[in-house]
Structures are given as structure tokens and as C-alpha cells.
Design a binder for this molecule. Structure first.
Ligand SMILES: [Zn+2]
Length: 98
């Protein structure tokens, strides 16, 4: 089991389950989107961390790690922050995995 980078376990916590429909709003919180990202700077950074860590994990698993498996492993970690969890759940709901 590889060690997850600190960036994934760190400071994303206490985020807000808010319903909203504004097109320029981050789908995960009340902040504004920062185009071309689909997310605000905060969740955009979380996504970047998630993607970078996936590359590291994939290597650690000799390339035998699908994104879905990766997401499951990240979610299974109690120290995974709320922003990352929200992000993964959102990505899964979009069917944009793989
Ligand atoms: Zn956000």
C-alpha cells in the first residue's frame, strides 16, 4: 500500500453541502468557477492534487490501477479531506472516470 501524498490528506475540511444552479458557480461549493476549470480555485487545486496523486499511485501499483479503484482507495482513507471526497463523488456522478 503506497503512502498517499500529504496534499490529499491535508487541509480540505469543513466544506459546505450547498445546492446551487448558477452557471458560473463551482458545482461543489459557493465559490465562483475559475475557467477553464469546472471548479473554483479551491476545488480546482483539490482536483489537481487528486490527479497528481493518481499518477503516483498508478506507478506504485505498476500501472494496474484504474481511476475507479484509485477513487475507492482514496475514499476509504479516513484522513481524506471533504473537498477530495466531494470531488470524487462529483466525478463519479458525472461518469467521467476511466
Ligand atoms: Zn468549489
Amino acid at each position: 500500500m503506497p503512502t498517499i501524498p500529504k496534499s490529499l490528506s491535508a487541509p480540505y475540511s469543513g466544506i459546505y453541502p450547498t445546492v446551487h444552479n448558477m452557471p458560473d458557480q463551482c458545482p461543489l461549493c459557493d465559490r465562483r468557477k475559475e475557467p477553464p476549470s469546472d471548479f473554483c480555485t479551491f476545488h480546482g487545486a483539490a482536483l489537481k492534487n487528486l490527479e497528481e496523486a493518481y499518477a503516483i499511485w498508478t506507478k506504485a501499483f505498476d500501472g494496474q490501477l484504474t481511476k475507479e479503484e484509485y477513487y475507492a482507495k482514496v475514499l476509504a482513507r479516513s484522513e481524506t479531506g471533504r473537498a477530495i471526497r466531494d470531488l470524487i463523488n462529483y466525478i463519479r456522478a458525472q461518469g467521467a472516470g476511466g
